[in-house]
Ligand binder design. Sequence first.
Ligand SMILES: [Fe+2]
Length: 140
Amino acid sequence: MYAEFSDNLVTGNEMIDSQHKELIEKINGLERSCETNAELSVAVKMLNYLADYTDFHFSEEEKLQEEIEYPGMEEHKKQHQEFKQAIEELHEMLEEQEGPTKEFSEQLNKRVTEWLYRHIQGFDRSVAEYRNMRSNSELI
Ligand SMILES: [Fe+2]
């Protein structure tokens, strides 16, 4: 199942939102390799793109949280670690199963896509709101 960036994923922070769109593109690149029964090497390449972009995106988000002195930063970082761990486990699964199986696609959907939706709607939205609140109070 392909992931989709819909309105309920908007946090209101332009940088975060545009990076989430890119992240979803990367997830779909990997999903495409499942749907088309691609070779292991192709799927691994897609998974690596996703892993690299995830690292970039999480570090950008964490930098923003430091800048605004976001109080929930530690808990948020733990969530990011959990996601990275899921990606590593997917990598192992891909190698073990010698390619993107149906089971792999299900795990991708559950541990990456659905996780990301929940994370964005809770954790990331809360960072964006905190940032808005701070910049509004600085204007007063
Ligand atoms: Fe996040």
